[in-house]
Ligand binder design. Structure first.
Ligand SMILES: *Cc1c(COP(=O)(O)O)cnc(C)c1O
Length: 352
């Protein structure tokens, strides 16, 4: 099968094999990874290795902490303002996930939406806005998974910059040190569902003013080295394997070259082919999720038949927007994108 699922996304085949093996026998212990204590030294070594891979792949130093939490990126929508919204927060509204983050922030205090692309169904990234200098932080969403828009360069920011990178973390090079906080549900580009990675600058911790439930307090999770409570060991293990795979292949630069090539291949066909049209502004197109519709929607069933014959799965658009969406995360190779491009070509020949 050729899996274009938007999330949970695909993982490298060798990672799936290693993960399966560890379910039966972890590190030749004769025990399943799913049945051992997270306090054991081999499990602690998995967490340490995952953290050190994150730091080396993103080129961040010891002024940052990296932790793995539960509750998805969705819990980060609440944890971020619970910990850091003291005076006011600024948000950029670029899609459903950003809107959900804004909704949660409003529960904690003054939340200013500096710009929104909602009036054009989130088909672009707003560029003209000013960030209030008295905000505690400015929150953005680098890749809008549902709509297929992406920011690969980031605004100069007079206040701490926070980012939801759930669907494009490790997909291209960027200066991670311009961010004070990055979070990502691991299930799009680095692992299975069940863990959320949070990277934050240690100096931010001084800004936590609220009395918080322990489970919502970043300082407590950092102090506990992601093991304040029983952590999602399997999800972190698979993330570690995926990061190891990425590192061995050439790291984020390798991923960037491959993702750029995949996106170029797909979008060139989209723009050439008379039967399809993209739904977002050219300059804001995502390399991770490419959204498109048929020029003749009544031919949808015929297109879907071709997809099925080619063993393509997961190409339906999000239930809130319809159409089609090709998700081309890190683990996807260019040959898989070529399979889709070939189907698009034969669809045009049949219908042109
Ligand atoms: C999938 C996704 C989320 C939601 O993640 P959960 O882990 O399901 O809470 C949030 N933000 C972005 C950008 C996403 O792609």
């Amino acid at each position: 099968m050729h899996n274009f699922s938007a999330g949970p996304g695909i993982l490298p085949k060798e990672v799936l094999q290693q993960a399966s093996a560890a379910c039966l026998d972890f590190n030749n212990s004769g025990l399943s990874l799913l049945e051992v204590s997270h306090r054991g030294k081999d499990v602690i070594a998995v967490f340490d290795r995952a953290v050190s891979l994150v730091k080396s792949l993103l080129e961040i130093g010891d002024d940052y902490s990296v932790i793995f939490l539960q509750g998805g990126a969705s819990l980060q929508f609440s944890m971020v303002p619970a910990n850091f919204l003291n005076n006011k927060a600024a948000y950029l509204n670029t899609g459903v996930w950003a809107s959900k983050a804004i909704k949660e922030a409003k529960l904690y205090g003054n939340t200013e939406v500096v710009a929104s692309s909602e009036d054009r169904n989130f088909s672009f990234i707003p560029k003209e806005y000013s960030i209030p200098t008295d905000a505690d932080y400015f929150h953005i969403t680098s890749n809008n998974t549902i709509y297929g828009t992406q920011m690969r360069t980031f605004p100069k920011c007079p206040v701490p910059l926070f980012c939801d990178m759930s669907s494009d973390i490790f997909s291209h090079r960027f200066d991670a040190t311009q961010f004070d906080l990055i979070y990502a549900g691991v299930q799009k580009n680095m692992g299975p569902a069940g863990a959320t990675m949070v990277i934050l600058k240690k100096e931010l911790l001084q800004k936590i003013k609220r009395t918080l439930p322990s489970m919502l307090n970043y300082a407590i999770h950092i102090e506990g080295e992601s093991m304040f409570n029983t952590p999602p060991v399997f999800a972190v293990y698979v993330s570690m394997l995926t990061l190891d795979w990425l590192d061995k292949n050439g790291g984020v630069e390798w991923a960037e070259n491959r993702n750029r090539a995949k996106a170029n291949l797909f979008y060139s066909e989209l723009d050439r082919n008379s039967q399809f049209v993209g739904t977002v502004d050219l300059e804001d197109r995502s390399w991770m999720n490419a959204n498109f519709v048929l020029t003749a929607p009544e031919k949808e069933a015929a297109f879907k038949t071709l997809l099925k014959q080619a063993k393509i799965s997961g190409l339906d658009g999000h239930r809130s927007v319809g159409g089609f969406r090709a998700s081309m995360y890190n683990a996807m190779d260019i040959e898989t994108v070529q399979v889709l491009v070939d189907v698009m070509k034969s669809f045009e020949q049949n219908n042109g």
